[in-house]
Write a protein that binds this ligand. Structure first.
Ligand code: NAP
Ligand code: FER
Length: 341
């Protein structure tokens, strides 16, 4: 059965990668292209995207290096999380007017295989929440803190990137799960104030105000039991230096080196892990989707009650998607960076 909405434009806009950035991505590496609105094939839906996700990992997919996700193809629309409305359907089980989460972001309209679209309920949560607090970044925080770092009640937890999408949720989940002390670092005094005043962190510092090791030592005089690493670099070295006996570090991201053109130096104090029997473990959210039901069941009510607060930085217009992405790398965002179309 073909189920069509009455009026669709003939063309719409999509972002292509033209060349692989070296260092900081430049506008010339990208193009906003006008292309025909695709007709959905059998088993597909045509989605009018409403919200696009821009995320740090996309920097990795702009490079040619082999990784867990294939590089973006040159001259093709880029991929990324998006939530939109079905405007035409040739798929069983999805109808015009349904809202779906899918992976063909960076564009206004997308023909999406129904098998890779997940229906979401706009009455249960605002649509952008499915990209952030109840979506990929939220699950990353939940799985990384509770499963990978194995946070226990009473632990002192340190998280970097603490005012961002993942980090702000890590700190609050830690508090709600009974951490003894929650410490965050972020890149501006305003973000630090937000962590202390709104998100219930016990201590926070601006990593641009002085050496991380010194600021962490002041914030955690008795050391830390868990470090949730979003940034790498000197934060990681400082956290290893502050780690208590049996401490755990979950390596989630290393945004401080995503634009590096030379291999970044590693922590100089890894041998400390021997005496403290410390553990460092990297993880990918995609290996933890079995936790999604538990995550939504536990975190959903905290979000609904306001016990867990979340921020979003919303940029308007598909033409501003690249700027929004660059803004994430610069630290323009508080909470999840979202592009609203
Ligand atoms: P986000 O934290 O909302 O945004 C990125 C933040 O990084 C910026 O707001 C900026 O905040 C900070 N930043 C930029 N350059 C920095 C630097 N040199 N040093 C320290 N901080 C810097 O992004 P997110 O989506 O929540 O992702 C956070 C981290 O988790 C990223 O590293 C990402 O790659 C990773 N991640 C991993 C997985 C996984 O499966 N492993 C899944 C999702 C995300 P400031 O103002 O504080 O500098
Ligand atoms: C995924 C695995 C990892 C994913 C995102 C990430 C969007 C992010 C990794 C990073 O930021 O380092 O399946 O889906």
């Amino acid at each position: 059965m073909t189920d069509n909405a009455p009026t669709l434009p003939a063309t719409s806009r999509e972002w292509h990668l033209l060349s692989r950035p070296v260092g900081w991505p430049k506008p010339e590496d990208f193009a906003l292209v006008e292309a025909a609105v695709p007709a959905p094939g059998e088993g597909q839906v045509l989605v009018r995207n409403r919200y696009l996700s821009v995320d740090p990992y996309m920097r990795g997919r702009m490079s040619a290096a082999k990784s867990y996700a294939p590089p973006y193809a040159l001259g093709e629309p880029m991929l990324g999380g998006a939530v939109g409305e079905v405007v035409a359907s040739r798929a069983e089980g999805l109808a015009v007017g349904d809202h779906v989460l899918h992976f063909e972001g960076w564009r206004e309209y997308a023909a999406v295989d129904a098998t890779s679209a997940v229906r979401v309920d706009p009455a249960a949560a605002p649509l952008p929440a499915y990209l952030g607090v109840l979506g990929m970044t939220g699950l990353t925080a939940y799985a990384g803190l509770l499963r990978v770092a194995d946070m226990q009640e009473g632990d002192t937890v340190f998280v970097s990137g603490a005012a961002g999408a993942v980090g702000s949720q890590v700190g609050q989940i830690a508090r709600l799960k009974g951490a003894g002390r929650v410490i965050g670092s972020a890149g501006s005094d305003e973000k630090v104030k937000l962590l202390l005043d709104e998100y219930g962190f016990d201590a926070a510092f601006n990593y641009k105000n002085g050496p991380v090791a010194e600021q962490l030592a002041a914030a955690a005089p008795d050391g830390i039991d868990v470090y949730f690493d979003n940034v790498g670099g000197d934060h990681l070295e400082a956290a290893i230096g502050a780690l208590n006996l049996g401490g755990r570090i979950a390596i989630c991201g290393a945004i401080s080196v995503y634009n590096a053109t030379e291999p970044a130096p590693g922590p100089r104090n890894l041998a400390r892990l021997i005496q403290i029997r410390g553990r460092i473990e990297g993880f990918l959210v995609s290996d933890h989707y079995d936790l999604q039901p538990r995550f939504v069941q536990e975190v959903g009510p905290w979000v609904a009650s306001g016990d867990l607060k979340y921020g979003e930085t919303v940029v308007e217009g598909v033409e501003n998607t690249l700027e929004a992405f660059l803004g994430v790398l610069r630290g323009d965002n508080t909470g999840k960076m979202i592009v609203a179309l």
